[in-house]
Design a protein around this ligand. Structure first.
Ligand code: ZN
Length: 156
């Protein structure tokens, strides 16, 4: 079994602590997302296959802007729309740019809106909560560093 170094453990602790505040979607939630979007890209409509890796969970509000991992802060997207084309663009302008048929834009806009409004405020973290969480996590990791240092000093 591979041994975890203190720095590997520290990275794991950070991820674990962050996930307490902002858990990743469960398999059931991901299943619900695939069902809602009928296994097709929310933007371009291309059919997607769960067994391949062409379907992505695209963040509606990016984590840089305080977006969470809440399932309703994601839409199902093909790798082309998610990875190559949309990038940091907001979903409304991307959809309008991607789809030329205005009736189709309106239909997909309504479908995406119907999904993301179910986030009910959980799609975005309050900046002050994010700051408090970061303070707590930094304290834990500093205390871990101090423990590592003390234990190394005890080594014969
Ligand atoms: Zn697409």
């Amino acid at each position: 079994m591979a041994k975890d170094t203190p720095s590997m453990a520290k990275n794991k602790m950070r991820r674990c602590l962050v996930a307490i505040l902002d858990p990743h979607p469960s398999n059931l939630e991901i299943e619900q997302l695939w069902t809602y979007f009928q296994s097709s890209c929310a933007y371009c409509g291309i059919p997607l296959d769960r067994t391949s890796r062409n379907g992505h969970l695209d963040h509606i509000v990016s984590s840089a802007l305080g977006g969470t991992n809440e399932i309703h802060n994601h839409v199902l997207s093909c790798n082309k729309c998610n990875g190559d084309e949309k990038r940091e663009e907001d979903w409304q302008s991307f959809l309008a740019r991607k789809v030329t048929d205005s009736a189709l834009v309106a239909e997909r806009h309504a479908h995406i809106s119907g999904w993301i409004e179910r986030a009910d405020g959980r799609g975005v973290l309050d900046p002050s909560v994010k700051t408090q969480a970061e303070t707590i996590i930094v304290q834990v990791l500093e205390s871990f560093d101090a423990a590592v240092k003390k234990l190394r000093a005890l080594r014969p």
